[in-house]
Structure formats: C-alpha cells, structure tokens
Design a binder for this molecule. Structure first.
Ligand code: SF4
Length: 322
C-alpha cells in the first residue's frame, strides 16, 4: 500500500543556552522519526507528555520547519515555508486540536465557522457555502437548532463536532488529531470516537492520532508508534502492540491499561522516575535510567530501531539478542 503520508528521518532540534558561561546544548524534541500512513488508516502516536508527539504533528503539517528529514504528502514534499504550495496542500491535511473552545472563533456561530474555510479558498457563493456548512454539520450529528449557536452555547462534544465539520469541509485526506478527546467526558469521548470511525469509513480519511491515552488509541488505530524522548522505540500493528508489546517502555505503558486482549491482567510495571531532560539525554539507550532490564551495553550504545518480526520494529538491545 503506497503511503499517503511519509515521514523520513524527521528532526526538530532547538539550541538551548541556560547561562552565558555554559556550553550551548541541543534539545532534540524530535530526533530521526520515520513513519508511513496509507489512505483510510489510523496511525496512533503515543508516549508520555514531552516525548515529541505534538512537535511531530506540527512538523507533519508544515506548521514548524524541520531541522532535518522530510515529510511527503501524496508524494509531494510538504513545504516548511507558508507559500501558495503550502496553502494548497493544507486543504488536504487538517488538524483537530485538544481544546475545541480554543480552536473555534467565539464570535462566530457554528455554521459560519464551518463555512469560513470555503470563503478563504474562494469556493462557491455565500449561499452555497452556508448550505454546504449546514450539510457538513448535519453529517457530524449537529441538529439544525444548534447550527446557529456560538461556541460558548454548545457542550464540549458539540464543539468538537463543529471542529470536525470545519476540518472536513475542504475535503481533506488526512486529519492530524492531537489529543482530540482527552478534554471530553468519558461518555462524550465514546461518541466522538464512534464519529471518527464513521467519518473515516465515509471519507476514506487517514488519521495521525496523537494521544497519551492507550485505551482510546487501541480503539481507533490500525498501527501504533511509541515515542520516547523524541524517537520511535516501537512500531507495529495495534493488535501486536497490545497483545505482545516488545520494548520495556511499551510493556510498562500497556500493562497500565485494562485489556480484553489479554486473558489475565499483566502485572503493573511501575516506571521509575521521570523522563530525562531532552536537552541532556543520557548516553546509550535514553530509557536506561528507568528500565528494570538495563544491561551495561544499554548505558553505552544507543539501540537502533530494527525489525524483530514482520511489520514489528523495536529499539532495544534485549530484542537484538533474541
Ligand atoms: Fe532497557 Fe536496555 Fe532495552 Fe533500553 S536497550 S529498553 S535500557 S533493555
């Protein structure tokens, strides 16, 4: 399957100088990430806060220039400069943010918010744009009575439906969803997840789905990539990840999630300490200071991401020995 989205060795580094007499350091927010996402599929991107998931999302959309690597969308490089080519590509790649109230314009009613991208790209007359916006809002489950309301007059779930309608109005092929349900109540989360699944089927949408909530990722994702300190440490199908996580970090994340995939609940693995400072990562495996299975080699040599089974890659010296 040809990928709709291809990310090759993507990097975003920031120079950091804490004091004038100190040597400048480099914060490696994203460090050599490679991903592929075919049309109509969902790739979950998971990891703790600060691991580089959201920076990866912004790099994919060209909202942030990379310091290395490249992003290809529908076979074309995504420009990091916001010119006409970037604007044309952005119609096919949209973002869904965590906080729908912050993402919406509080001065516009729902139907005008959804019609706005059509006006920006000069599509149709004002009456046609309004008609298309109302049809799109209806397709995400908003009743006609709610379409004239302002964001503060809608519930969290209704606002996220408006955000989705606005993201879909230009006919994108890819939605980059950054924690799209984490600000919602659990019952509303389930409704929005079902809606995302229905929309994917109807529009053949691809989702890059970023979340720290593995329960949600398990429901939606076909493939999952696990990030730790700016790098991918494991990538495989969702089924393989949740039934046979290979990397010790993934095992700890998965063990914390109640799972119908396992017959007995795996013992909880408590991760020691916090993730290291990304501006001063440890030598060798970046996870070694928290890994119960660390060996002397782990402190000296960084493990490469390598295939450990067909379609299943992980970066761990233990797995290289297997
Ligand atoms: Fe743990 Fe070593 Fe594997 Fe890193 S390489 S995850 S420290 S066993």
């Amino acid at each position: 399957m040809n990928p709709l989205l291809e990310v090759r060795d993507l990097a975003r580094h920031y120079p950091v100088r804490s004091a004038p007499w100190r040597r400048p350091a480099t914060l490696r927010a994203v460090d050599g990430v490679s991903l592929g996402l075919p049309a109509g599929r969902t790739l979950g991107l998971v990891g703790e806060s600060g691991c580089g998931k959201s920076t990866t999302a912004r790099l994919v959309l060209g909202l942030l220039p990379p310091t290395g690597g490249e992003v290809l969308f529908e076979g074309q490089p995504v420009p990091s400069v916001r010119g006409p080519r970037w604007r044309a590509l952005r119609q096919r790649m949209q973002m869904v943010y965590q906080d729908p109230l912050a993402a919406l314009d509080r001065r516009l009613p729902a139907q005008d918010q959804v019609a706005e991208p059509l006006a920006i790209f000069h599509r149709g007359t004002a009456a046609e744009r309004r008609e298309r916006a109302r049809a799109m809002l209806a397709s995400v489950g908003l009743t006609p009575a709610l379409m004239a309301r302002y964001p503060h007059e809608l519930s969290g779930g209704q606002r996220q439906r408006v955000v989705l309608a606005r993201a879909l109005i230009l006919g994108p092929a890819l939605l980059v969803c950054d924690e799209p349900v984490s600000a919602l109540d659990v019952s509303i989360q389930a409704q929005v997840i079902n809606l995302l699944q229905d929309l994917q089927e109807q529009h053949q949408l691809a989702y890059l789905f970023i979340s720290h909530d593995l329960k949600v990722v398990r429901q939606l994702s076909h493939e999952v990539a696990v990030m730790y300190l700016g790098r991918i440490v494991e990538q495989c199908t969702a089924q393989a990840l949740f039934s046979h996580p290979a990397h010790p970090y993934t095992q700890a994340l998965v063990a914390a999630v109640p799972s119908p995939w396992r017959s007995t609940r795996a013992p909880r693995i408590v991760l020691r300490g916090e993730p290291p400072n990304p501006a001063a990562p440890p030598a060798g495996c970046a996870f070694h200071s928290r890994c119960a299975q660390a060996m002397p080699a782990c402190r000296a040599v960084r493990p490469a991401l390598r295939e450990i089974a067909p379609g299943h890659a992980a970066a761990c010296h233990l797995l290289a020995q297997a």
